[in-house]
Design a protein around this ligand. Structure first.
Ligand code: PHE
Length: 339
C-alpha cells in the first residue's frame, strides 16, 4: 500500500493544471468522495494492525499535499480568468480630465449673445488684408498721420499686404456685399507692432459692430452701448463717452467704464483715473459710406469696436494681458466649468 501511495504522490506532482477544466479533473480524481485518496482511506481498515499507523500518516500527508496543490492552483487560475475573460469591476475609475474654455472665448461668446439679442448678425473676414480694406476704404488718406495710430505689420509693400490692425476691415467687406439695412458684429484677431507688456500685446482680439439704416443717430449708438455695458457688467456699472478721433467716424467717441479692478479708486490698469477705455465708436463718416457705394444722403450708421482682452480682464480681475497667451494650465484651468 505504501508503494501505491508513492505512485499517487508522483502522479499528483506531475499533474499539470493549466485550465479550470484541468483543475476540476484534478479535484474529481484525487479529492472527491469517489477519488483515489478516499478509496485508500476506506481500505485502511483492512490493513494489518502494525502497518495501519504509518500508512494512515502517509495517507494524511498525501491528502494535505493534494489539497495544497488544488488551492494554490485555484487561486492562480482565478486571477488569470478575470484578466482574460471579463472586465474587473473592482479596478479604480480613471477620471478623464476635462479641458476648459479659454477665458477670451467665454467672454467673446457672452458679448456675441448680448448683441444677438439686439438683432445683430455675425460676420467675419480674413486676418491678412490689403491697404484698401484696412485703411483707404475707411477714410485713412495716403500719408496721413492717422495711419501711424496703428503700428502695422506689413507682409509686403507695393502692393501693400498686411496683418489687419482692426476688425473695421470686416465693415468694409460687409458693405461691399450687402446693401443697408446692415446690423452686424464682427469678432476677430488683430495685430499691431507693439512691445508686449501687461497692458499691450502684438496680437489681440476685437469685436466690432456696424449698424447702417435710414435715420440711425448718435442716440442709437449710445443706447446700444449702454445696454451692452449693463448686460455685461451689471446694471450699476458706470459708462461715459469721451470725444475722440477716428478717420472712419464723425463724430467719434471713446467708450469708458468705471474700473472694475479698483472700483474707481485708481490702479495700474486704469492708470489711476478710475476709468478704463473698452473701445472706440462713432457715426460712420459719410466718406466711408460713399467709398463703399452707399448714399450718405439716404443712409446713416454707427460703428464701434471693443477689445475682448480688456473686457475679459475687467470681468475676471486679471491684471496682466500676457496671461492670455502663456498657456499656463494653472491660469486657464480656473475657468473650467464656465461656458
Ligand atoms: N477700429 C478702431 C480701433 O481699432 C475702433 C473703432 C471701431 C472705432 C469702430 C470707431 C468705430 O481702434
Amino acid at each position: 500500500m505504501l508503494e501505491k501511495i508513492k505512485e499517487i504522490k508522483a502522479a499528483i506532482d506531475a499533474f499539470v493544471i493549466d485550465s479550470p477544466a484541468k483543475l476540476e479533473e484534478f479535484r474529481i480524481s484525487y479529492l472527491a468522495k469517489k477519488g483515489v485518496i478516499t478509496d485508500l482511506m476506506t481500505g485502511l481498515k483492512d490493513v494489518v494492525q502494525e502497518e495501519r499507523k504509518s500508512i494512515g500518516l502517509a495517507l494524511n500527508d498525501l491528502k494535505t499535499k493534494a489539497w495544497e496543490k488544488f488551492e494554490q492552483q485555484q487561486s492562480g487560475l482565478g486571477e488569470s480568468t478575470v484578466e482574460t475573460d471579463a472586465p474587473d469591476m473592482n479596478l479604480p475609475v480613471q477620471v478623464f480630465p476635462l479641458g476648459s474654455r479659454h477665458p477670451l472665448s467665454i467672454v467673446r461668446q457672452e458679448i456675441i449673445e448680448i448683441f444677438e439679442q439686439m438683432g445683430f448678425a455675425m460676420s467675419d473676414g480674413p486676418e491678412i488684408e490689403d491697404d484698401w480694406h484696412n485703411f483707404s476704404a475707411l477714410n485713412f488718406p495716403q500719408n496721413h498721420p492717422a495711419r501711424d495710430m496703428q503700428d502695422t505689420f506689413f507682409i509686403s509693400k507695393n502692393p501693400d499686404v498686411l496683418l489687419r490692425t482692426h476688425t473695421s476691415t470686416v465693415q468694409v467687406r460687409l458693405m461691399e456685399k450687402q446693401k443697408p439695412p446692415i446690423r452686424a458684429i464682427m469678432p476677430g484677431r488683430v495685430y499691431r507692432n507693439e512691445a508686449i507688456s501687461a497692458r499691450a500685446h502684438c496680437l489681440f482680439h476685437q469685436i466690432e459692430g456696424l449698424y447702417i439704416d435710414r435715420n440711425v443717430g448718435f442716440k442709437d449708438l449710445k443706447q446700444t452701448l449702454y445696454h451692452f455695458v449693463k448686460e455685461m457688467f451689471g446694471k450699476d456699472q458706470k459708462i461715459r463717452f469721451r470725444p475722440s478721433f477716428f478717420p472712419f467716424t464723425e463724430p467719434s467717441a471713446e467708450i469708458d467704464i468705471s474700473c472694475l479692478i479698483c472700483n474707481g479708486a485708481g490702479c495700474n490698469i486704469c492708470k489711476h483715473t478710475g476709468w478704463v477705455e473698452i473701445g472706440g465708436s462713432g457715426m460712420v463718416d459719410p466718406n466711408v459710406l460713399t467709398a463703399n457705394n452707399i448714399d450718405p444722403e439716404e443712409f446713416t450708421g454707427f460703428a464701434f469696436g471693443m477689445g475682448i482682452e480688456r473686457i475679459t480682464m475687467l470681468r475676471y480681475g486679471i491684471k496682466d494681458l500676457r496671461l492670455f497667451t502663456e498657456n499656463d494650465v494653472r491660469f486657464v484651468s480656473q475657468f473650467s466649468g464656465l461656458s
